[in-house]
Write a protein that binds this ligand. Structure first.
Ligand SMILES: *[C@@H]1O[C@H](CO)[C@@H](O)[C@H](O)[C@H]1NC(C)=O
Ligand SMILES: *[C@@H]1O[C@H](CO)[C@@H](O)[C@H](O)[C@H]1NC(C)=O
Ligand SMILES: *[C@@H]1O[C@H](CO)[C@@H](O)[C@H](O)[C@H]1NC(C)=O
Ligand SMILES: *[C@@H]1O[C@H](CO)[C@@H](O)[C@H](O)[C@H]1NC(C)=O
Ligand SMILES: *[C@@H]1O[C@H](CO)[C@@H](O)[C@H](O)[C@H]1NC(C)=O
Ligand SMILES: *[C@@H]1O[C@H](CO)[C@@H](O)[C@H](O)[C@H]1NC(C)=O
Ligand SMILES: *[C@@H]1O[C@H](CO)[C@@H](O)[C@H](O)[C@H]1NC(C)=O
Ligand SMILES: *[C@@H]1O[C@H](CO)[C@@H](O)[C@H](O)[C@H]1NC(C)=O
Ligand SMILES: [Cu+2]
Length: 379
């Protein structure tokens, strides 16, 4: 008996091989609509000398960067991050907010899902980003190493899937942190020994920079240069250890569109309130003409409890690019506008602000992945 395949199977196989050949000829961007990528990162944990508030100290960093490198992925992608520990501290990294579907061991909290990565050792975090898009962040997750070991996770929607808001001209991570002049591992171990609250931070930072309200810090000011009549997506991340923060940019209204990698019903606000560990994407629409002015952006805490806290304010600058032709405008002294932030204990603002954060589940913005039966129940 000859060994021949039924013609229908042979035909299917021919099609199959043709499709395979086609896939090889047309790699992902041109062909597959929702292809998933594996994105590789190498994180070397190493010390770096950094100067802030008039003094230099050695801090733990990823790849010598502070804040750390940005991870970029699309929803559905796999991330493979090789972490090599070159410092004396044992540590882990946590992918803050990533749901870790069927990859709990990659979550990162030390002694919860893994033993710390010891000095000289490495570990490969391997997980997919499933059903989430927006902004999250990563940080160290042992003791207080997260004070300096942190960076953004940018999750773009699947390819060819638009944002449920106007496509921004540019996307900018704005990551808030807290800075101690003292060694942060000493601060927390002292607190654990005395049983008292840890010493409060000396400054807040915007993208690692405290800004001119702190001593010696005018040169360490974050500046966002913008063009007029454009929409910017600011990916706000609160990587501070302990404090909720108000954030505002003078003379500009922000539109909140996403929180913790979930789209929200867009709403406008002068001030955003963001808790430590939280992320919020906002749209910033720039003015129609470059004004002869600079606009201060500022963040300071919201505090409702009795514990001691750092009540200082970090500031950065929003600056409009001036066309090279209008040189007289360039040389003119620019006026500086500062925002008015809510009072440090403005609980009413907090309550009203959080009431505005609502899901996108409506006919204009249907929620994805909600089973049909649930839809019917909701209707
Ligand atoms: C930091 O500065 C100290 C003192 O100057 C120096 O010994 C050390 O090598 C520096 N560390 C790094 C990582 O550059
Ligand atoms: C790192 O972990 C090892 C193994 O548990 C331990 O012996 C060592 O003391 C730790 N190092 C530090 C600096 O905590
Ligand atoms: C990551 O995990 C996937 C699924 O378990 C596996 O196929 C792949 O080989 C892993 N990659 C690395 C570099 O460990
Ligand atoms: C914490 O504050 C106390 C009181 O001001 C001070 O004595 C101590 O040295 C501080 N600890 C660190 C680690 O800076
Ligand atoms: C700034 O420096 C001055 C002079 O050295 C000092 O008196 C003041 O306390 C410092 N302020 C802060 C916030 O550290
Ligand atoms: C900024 O806002 C202040 C207060 O509302 C206003 O007086 C000023 O004209 C505004 N400046 C610009 C350039 O929009
Ligand atoms: C911040 O706290 C210090 C010390 O408790 C206090 O002297 C200062 O007035 C406070 N500043 C603000 C802006 O509340
Ligand atoms: C907020 O603090 C002020 C003093 O700075 C106080 O008068 C007021 O009662 C506080 N408000 C609330 C809601 O605690
Ligand atoms: Cu975390």
């Amino acid at each position: 008996m000859g060994f021949s395949l039924p013609s229908s199977i042979a035909f299917s196989m021919a099609i199959f091989f043709a499709v395979c050949a086609f896939l090889c000829m047309f790699p992902e961007p041109a062909f597959a609509k929702h292809a998933r990528f594996t994105r590789h990162y190498k994180f070397n944990i190493k010390l770096q000398n950094v100067t802030r508030l008039c003094q230099t100290k050695s801090i733990v960093t990823v790849n010598g960067q502070f804040p750390g490198p940005r991870i970029i992925a699309r929803e559905g992608d796999r991330l493979v991050i090789k972490v090599v520990n070159h410092v004396q501290h044992n540590l882990t990294l946590h992918w803050h907010g990533v749901r870790q579907m069927r990859s709990g061991w990659a979550d990162g909290p030390a002694y919860i899902t893994q033993c710390p990565i010891q000095t000289g050792q490495s570990y490969v975090y391997n997980f997919t980003i499933t059903g989430q898009r927006g902004t999250l962040f990563w940080h160290a997750h042992i003791s207080w190493l997260r004070a300096t070991v942190y960076g953004p996770i940018v999750i773009l929607p699947k390819r060819h899937v638009p944002y449920p808001f106007p496509q921004p001209f540019k996307e900018v991570p704005i990551i808030f942190g807290e800075w101690w002049k003292a060694d942060t591992e000493t601060v927390i171990s002292q607190a654990l020994q005395t049983g008292l609250g840890p010493n409060v931070s000396d400054a807040y930072t915007i993208n690692g920079l405290p800004g001119p309200l702190y001593n010696c810090s005018a040169k360490d000011t974050y500046k966002l240069k913008v063009k007029p009549r454009r929409t910017y997506l600011l990916r706000l991340i609160n990587a501070a250890l302990n404090d909720e923060l108000f954030f505002s940019i003078s003379n500009h209204t922000l539109t909140v569109v996403e929180a913790d990698a979930v789209y929200v019903k867009p709403f406008k606000t002068q001030t955003v309130l963001i808790t430590p560990g939280q992320t919020t994407n906002v749209l910033l629409r720039t003015k129609s003409k470059s004004p002869n002015a600079k606009f201060v952006m500022a963040a300071r805490p919201y505090v409702s409890g009795p514990a001691a806290f750092d009540n200082s304010t970090t500031t950065g600058l929003l600056e409009y690019e001036v066309a090279s032709s209008s040189t007289n405008n360039k040389n003119k002294k620019k006026q500086l506008f500062t925002p008015v932030l809510p009072k440090l204990n403005d609980t009413l603002f907090s309550m009203n602000y959080h009431k505005k954060i609502l899901s996108l589940a409506n006919p204009k913005f249907p929620a994805a992945n909600v089973p049909k039966t649930v839809h019917i129940q909701l209707l």
